[in-house]
Ligand binder design. Structure first.
Ligand code: SAM
Length: 285
């Protein structure tokens, strides 16, 4: 008998992965958490049936959501990660000695527990002394924060369920206030490819651009996400992601990566024409 995990990527398109075994299945207060083992993608985590990460390709997402801002801002010390209970973004941030504090705000403590138990390749650094974990709603957490963080990473689920409020104008406005004057906001920005994702992608970019002088989108190739073509947002009141990249300084740090390079960093902001057109009404500079 064969067991397959399938996820609809569009009404008539799905990705299926053959499962060797189901490792865990948990119904939390917020969502259904499943962990599977597979031959091709290794261990993988799904929430409510949506792919979050696989052992084989998570490095792409987690490197791009962290190293892009880290190579631009000259001194990131205090970081907020919203979502990200798998610990992958935290793992990448802790590669920098200069990072003094990481606040991780994850709504679902059971995601954190399951990842600590079953996914040490991402969650292995969550107990580091520089990390403070808050099990609460990121939307509420950020409301009264002012001028606090050098970097905010929104490593959320998709714009429905508990993650829905992490894509609103109000939330991005609160992020802007929680950032220091030269802070950077990076968020997972969905895919521009399928019709059902395209509008969400555009709306998100419009909302972010309203609150930040510089608001850009960059891309990566992530095989297990819808269409494999994924976007991230980069927003800042001060830094431009290409003009202000500190290429030599970053390379001298000797940070080990498998996907991110400073060359790729610059290339990632040059978007395909259909994506440029999708975003041009709302894009700045
Ligand atoms: N890389 C993933 C992706 O794009 O598919 C995201 C992974 S991470 C596991 C997303 C996390 O965001 C989930 O664990 C979820 O519980 C958390 N989350 C969703 N809504 C949230 C909220 N309002 N506040 C804090 N965390 C939230």
């Amino acid at each position: 008998m064969e067991l397959w995990f399938s996820e609809l990527h569009a009404d008539s398109v799905k990705l299926s992965i053959r499962v060797d075994r189901q490792v865990a299945s948990i119904n939390s207060d917020y969502q259904r958490i499943d962990i599977f083992d597979s031959e091709q993608f290794g261990r993988f985590l799904t929430l409510d049936g949506y792919m979050m990460l696989t052992e084989k390709d998570e490095f792409i997402y987690h490197e791009m959501i962290t190293h892009v801002p880290m190579a631009v801002h000259p001194s990131i010390k205090n970081v907020l990660v919203i979502g990200g209970g798998d610990g992958g973004a935290v793992r990448e941030l802790l590669k920098y000695d200069s990072v003094e504090n990481v606040d991780l705000v994850e709504i679902d403590g059971e995601v954190i527990d399951a990842c600590k138990k079953y996914m040490p390749f991402t969650a292995g650094r969550l107990d580091d002394e520089r990390v403070n974990i808050y099990v609460e709603d990121g939307i509420r957490y950020i409301r009264n924060k002012r001028d606090t963080y050098d970097l905010i990473i929104v490593d959320s689920t998709d714009p429905f369920g508990p993650g829905e409020g992490l894509f609103t104008r109000e939330f991005y406005g609160n992020c802007q206030r929680a950032l220091k004057e030269d802070g950077i906001l990076v968020n997972q920005h969905e895919s521009p490819f399928y019709d059902n994702d395209r509008e969400a992608c555009k709306r998100m970019h419009r909302h972010i651009s309203e609150g930040f002088r510089i608001s850009k989108v960059f891309q990566a190739h992530i095989p297990t996400y819808p269409s494999g073509h994924w976007l991230f947002g980069f927003a800042s009141k001060k830094y431009h992601p290409i003009k202000d990249i500190r290429e030599d300084e970053w390379n001298k740090l000797g940070i080990k990566t498998k996907y991110y390079t400073t060359k790729l960093h610059k290339g990632a902001f040059y978007l395909p024409k259909y994506v440029e057109e999708l975003l041009k009404d709302v894009e700045k500079e």
